[in-house]
Design a protein around this ligand. Structure first.
Ligand code: PMP
Length: 356
């Protein structure tokens, strides 16, 4: 009798080099300042909307997120055809690449920036082109322009940049966009848009009205406090949003998420009070860190970046001893979420007692 052939199904060979997304850790009894979340739970009105939506858990959600899309379109002054809702903006990052790139194409982004960019690029099989930040920890837009080749299809511009908090200002962005070929999609990742106070900041939606090679990403995870429900949105040309919808995993934005996002749009005044407090705390925390001798780039997001280089792991351990979880990028720096005054004080006590 013939021996059965020994076969095994193999995962794609290139996945062996695919970095895993490392989530911020939650440690019982410690303060989590590792994921740029807001620390307060949902408002009562939002919690009620979630509970009501739970009564429809036996039904599939509205696949097109029609009501939420209509609300976002009205808020942004765009037609509904220019909005696509997704399972967090990280999903939309991946969908944008899937909708525009093939394996022959290149995706350009600053580095360090949002750590999902290399992953989603590689998942699609496209080639990542990382452009180092400036010495001031900001995106180097001139170097990003220089990195464009005939194979470049998509560029991520993260503003404010995660994890450094730095902003791309209007004059810089205008110059950059004028230099990018019109067949390259520029994704303005504005996950932290609601925390920005700089008068020279940009609003990606304004660019969308003038150019069709722009996609703007926003999320309900940060300022709206819905990180656990996974809902974000993309605003772009009709052609691009249609492509993004085509590669959507069906029903991936569930109806609890859709209902919570709609209730959050209704509760913006109350939610943005919390954002306002975070903006004030951001100034205080940064000032105190600078007074304690740290280098802290100016930040427009709900976190600070401490470029501690080789001392990052030690700083991380020190914070853990003080029951504070920060986000360490070993060998590079630590990113710390701005939270309530009380939680920020616990972090500041830890930071000030780190021997430097
Ligand atoms: N973009 C940036 C710059 C981020 O920092 C994050 C979250 N850390 C995201 C996108 C994704 O957020 P979400 O998927 O929760 O919308």
């Amino acid at each position: 009798m013939r021996e059965p052939e020994v076969t095994s199904v193999r995962a794609r060979a290139d996945l062996a080099t695919l970095p895993s997304y490392v989530p911020g850790r939650s440690i019982p009894g410690a303060i989590k300042l590792a994921s740029n979340e807001v620390s307060g739970g949902p408002l009562p009105s939002v919690a009620k909307a979630i509970a009501d939506a739970a009564m429809q858990a036996h039904r599939y959600p509205d696949m097109g997120a029609g009501e939420l899309t209509a609300r976002l379109a009205a808020k942004l002054g765009l037609p509904e055809t220019q909005i696509a809702v997704g399972c967090g903006s990280v999903s939309l990052c991946q969908q944008l690449i899937q909708a525009t790139c093939t394996a022959a194409d290149e995706v350009v982004f600053g580095w360090r920036s949002f750590e999902a960019y290399p992953i989603v690029t590689q998942v699609v099989g496209a080639k990542q082109v990382r452009v180092p930040l400036t010495d001031d920890h900001a995106l180097d837009l001139d170097a990003m322009i220089a990195a464009i080749t005939p194979r470049t299809r998509l560029m991520f511009v993260c503003t404010p940049n995660n994890p450094t908090g730095t902003l791309v200002r209007k004059a810089e962005l205008d110059r950059f966009l004028d230099a990018v070929p019109s067949n390259v999609l520029v994704v303005l990742d504005e996950a932290y848009f609601e925390f920005v106070t700089d008068p020279d900041a940009t609003d990606g939606i304004d660019y969308l009205r003038e150019r069709d090679n722009i996609a703007v990403l926003r999320t309900f995870s940060k300022a709206y406090g819905l990180a656990g429900l996974r809902v974000g949105y993309c605003a772009a040309s009709e052609e691009i949003t249609a492509g993004v919808r085509k590669v959507y995993v069906p029903f991936s934005v569930n109806h609890l998420a859709q209902a919570a996002a709609i209730a959050s749009l209704d509760a913006e005044d109350e939610l943005f009070q919390r954002v306002h407090e975070i903006k004030g705390e951001r100034v205080r925390v940064r000032d105190e860190l600078i007074a304690a001798g740290y280098e802290v780039p100016e930040t427009q997001a709900n976190f600070v970046w401490l470029p501690l280089g080789e001392r990052t792991a030690e700083f991380n351990d020190h914070c853990l001893e003080h029951k504070v979880v920060v986000r360490a990028f070993v060998g590079d720096g630590a990113r710390v979420t701005i939270s309530t005054p009380e939680e920020n004080d616990v972090f500041l006590t830890a930071a000030k007692s780190f021997s430097r």
